[in-house]
Design a protein around this ligand. Structure first.
Ligand code: MGD
Ligand code: SF4
Length: 730
């Protein structure tokens, strides 16, 4: 966003703060404007994982403003509110300021201050003891964000495969597997959605604008401006729905029925791209046969969407093919049949000839770079692990990023072998993972819990040792290979020196590695040495990258299929697999089939959740700048239902789930913008860490209410939208 748009957000939310010099003064307690000559430093945002390019304005050694890098394709000169709000993170007085060692019980949050040597020695000693007693596999790593690079390297060098990343099973895992099974490649991050050229945009439970990813929002606005038809399928009238021609308020958990009915109409009415289907796909006849039963009449009963609208929207897609984007989504961990649901999106995309065509899903860029990863730098192979990996569970298509609840289950049961140590870096495990009771019980069984974080979020209360990382504005990180329509390289570099006694993640991992006898895996003293060597290996000038912040590699853009040359997809058949033999061989339906999901019992509502544009998960809820824009969440309830229950807008209520678990008190948003059978709660609020002065007990924690989950048997994706709540007055 531009500064003007940002001010609009501030005004719209009734906020009082504008992130500029005045607020920086307040955050710093300066009481005056910094007056020196400004310097501008390019770097990369980490307020969410879109990773926009940033230009930081620094005056008198203080960051006074963050703006979008004009050349970086994910920022295009703009930042979202959270990107601007990075200053609030840097100067948050509640930051972790020095290493801590626990003195009270796990969960009490009682610590003593420690030196880095003391804290690192403590962790290393425990890790060596666990390795000796149980084997290295008994340490697991939970990690998210850039710090993952260094700690996955450490985990693998130490000898454990047991990695759990929320960004896989709790987020985009099912989507990536579904696209790989169908097209031979995941849809990428950023998603390869050619939004700006789309004539029809279909958003299924994907709330662009509330789920704010910078360039994606810019392209959505551009497409809407050019007159694209937007079809929003959501039980809630999202912000994107306000830009849509069609809002289809679907009964939750029935999206697959709508998708199958759309496929049915597209095939029976001959609206598919016949030439494309014949040339690039495999299994069309079997698909046509399989979807015969999924008529719009059948789907109406499942979804509550009228037959006429199902047919009308399918025809609009057919008429505008191939420039139709059925967005594959990002957080696809919904109901336990996630891979098949996203596969239906992929199949519909293929029928419309929209994969590799303008306005659909563009192709991955050509990659001339050698795959030169962090682990390659040391040239030492990782040790073979002796015991089976727990993190993949029994799910045949899962990736190495793992299924977090499988590690938690193994920790609780000690089967197939004990897990005794958890390293938690850059993820608030308590807020990201369903069934908090299991997570907390598992923690109690451990010999070692380490948290590497910047803020004392919920999980930090349970750590034996807390290692404070400095923020993204105070550190180098590994070079980012930006894979958008073309390939580029972006550098995160320190904008200011680290505040307090905090250290970068690469340093913490290295110091631990050295103490664990793994020095050969960390053959550098200074991270600049590593970055320079990496640049050399990639044929780049490090100084130029430092100065520019982002460099595009010319000749790498490859957005659309070249119809005149032979196209080979990286699937076993070399074609787009409408019918998946891989799934069939693994014992799953080769074409998505519909399964009914349980609906809320009487007196209960389905708990659905989502994002707000000024926060990222839980991580920003204590940020002074962003907290001013939104301090607490509100539970959305349909107006008619509220009237029946005698509840008013602004009343405080408590949500109680099917297992009797109660939320914090939460404000009610009474609105026509939601179906009567759901309650919607923005995710990430209601922290129970008293070390957070602003976020503490502000609003309801949706994760607390997610005691049940359904794991997708194909990908291990963890469906979390299967919980029901009733409402009690607070
Ligand atoms: P956060 O809750 O924001 O996200 O889950 P998490 O990755 O756990 O917690 C991030 C933690 O990382 C915070 O403690 C923060 O201070 C710390 N952190 C942030 N930046 C850095 C850094 O640079 N260095 C270090 N060391 N620490 C840092 C996200 C996960 O949650 C995901 S990806 C998804 S898609 C799911 N979303 C989701 C949902 O929408 N609803 C529900 N109920 N559950 C969800 N779980 C998943
Ligand atoms: Fe930062 Fe916003 Fe970009 Fe995310 S979308 S990286 S928070 S500016």
């Amino acid at each position: 966003w531009s500064r003007r748009d940002f001010l609009k957000v501030v005004a719209g939310s009734g906020g009082i703060g504008v992130i500029g010099a005045t607020q920086v003064d307040r955050l710093l307690g300066l009481g005056r404007k910094p007056e020196g000559k400004p310097i501008y430093v390019p770097t990369v945002c980490e307020m969410c994982f879109w990773r926009c390019g940033v230009i930081a304005k620094v005056v008198d050694g203080k960051v006074v403003k963050l703006d979008g890098h004009p050349a970086h394709p994910q920022s295009r000169g703009k930042l979202c509110a959270r990107g601007h709000g990075g200053i609030g993170l840097l100067y948050d007085p509640d930051r972790l300021k020095h290493p801590l060692i626990r003195v009270g019980q796990r969960g009490e949050g009682k610590f003593k201050k420690a030196s880095w040597d003391e804290a690192l020695n403590y962790v290393a000693e425990k890790m060596l003891k666990i390795k000796e007693t149980y084997g290295p596999e008994s340490v697991a790593l939970f990690t998210h964000g850039t710090i993952s690079t260094y700690f996955i390297h450490l985990l693998w060098a130490y000898g454990s495969p047991n990695l759990g990343m929320p960004s896989y099973a709790l987020c985009r895992g099912a989507r990536d597997i579904a696209f790989k099974l169908t097209f031979g490649a995941p849809v990428g991050n950023p998603e390869r959605a050619d939004l700006k050229n789309s004539k029809v945009i279909v958003l299924m439970g994907f709330h662009i604008g509330e789920n704010a990813h910078n360039s994606m929002c810019q392209e959505f606005a551009e497409a809407v401006g050019k007159g694209a038809t937007v079809i929003v399928v959501d039980p809630r009238f999202s912000t994107a729905a306000s830009k849509a021609k069609y809002w289809l308020p679907i009964k939750p958990a029935t999206d697959l029925a709508l998708l199958l009915a759309w496929i049915n109409v597209i095939i029976t009415e001959g609206l598919y791209d016949k030439e494309y289907v014949a040339k690039y796909t495999e299994g069309f006849d079997k698909l046509a046969e399989a979807v015969k039963e999924y008529t719009p009449q059948w789907a109406e009963k499942e979804t509550d969407i009228p037959v006429s609208l199902i047919i009308e929207t399918a025809r609009i897609m057919g008429k505008n093919k191939p420039s139709v984007l059925i967005h594959p989504g990002r957080h696809t961990a919904w109901y336990g049949d996630n891979t098949q649901r996203v596969r239906a999106i992929a199949i519909l995309t293929a029928l419309l000839g929209a994969y590799g065509r303008p306005g659909g899903i563009y192709l991955p860029p050509k990659n001339p770079l050698s795959e030169y990863g962090f682990g390659d730098f040391c040239g030492v192979p990782y040790p073979e692990h002796q015991k089976p990996e727990i993190n993949k569970g029994p799910y045949p298509f899962t990736e190495e990023e793992g299924v977090i609840p499988e590690i938690i289950k193994a920790t609780l049961t000690e089967k197939p072998y004990p897990i005794k140590g958890w390293l938690i870096t850059g993820t608030n495990l308590i807020k990201s993972t369903p069934n908090q009771r299991d997570t907390i019980e598992a923690i109690k069984k451990l010999d070692l819990v380490v948290a590497v974080d910047m803020m004392p979020f919920d999980h930090v209360l349970y750590a034996d040792v807390v290692l404070p990382e400095c923020t993204y504005l105070e550190r180098y990180d590994d070079i980012f290979v930006v894979k958008e329509r073309s390939i580029g390289l972006a550098l995160r570099q320190p904008v200011v020196n680290p505040m307090y006694d905090t250290k970068p993640g690469w340093w913490i991992a290295k110091e631990l590695g050295v103490r664990l006898g793994l020095k050969e895996y960390f053959p550098y003293n200074d991270f600049e040495d590593f970055l320079k060597a990496k640049c050399e290996a990639l044929g780049l000038n490090f100084e130029e990258l430092k100065q520019k912040g982002y460099i595009e590699i010319p000749g790498t853009a490859n957005p659309y299929i070249n119809e005149s040359s032979e196209v080979k997809f990286k699937t076993p058949s070399g074609k787009i697999e409408l019918y998946s033999k891989q799934l069939e061989e693994a014992g799953f339906p080769p074409i998505p089939t519909y399964t009914k999901h349980e609906q809320p019992p009487k007196g209960y509502f389905r708990l659905i959740y989502g994002r707000v544009p000024v926060h990222t998960f839980s991580r920003t809820t204590n940020n002074p700048s962003l907290w001013e824009l939104m301090k607490e969440n509100a539970a959305w309830l349909n107006a008619k239902v509220a009237k029946k229950l005698g509840l008013k807008n602004g009343d405080y209520v408590v949500l109680v789930n099917q297992d009797g678990v109660k939320s914090n008190k939460v404000k009610l948003k009474v609105t026509e913008r939601i179906r009567p059978d759901c309650v919607y709660v923005p995710h990430g609020f209601g922290s129970f860490s008293p070390m957070l002065k602003r976020a503490y007990l502000n609003g309801a924690d949706d994760q607390q209410l997610i005691t049940r989950y359904a794991v997708d048997p194909i990908s291990g994706s963890v469906g979390m939208r299967i919980n029901f709540v009733k409402i009690e007055k607070a």
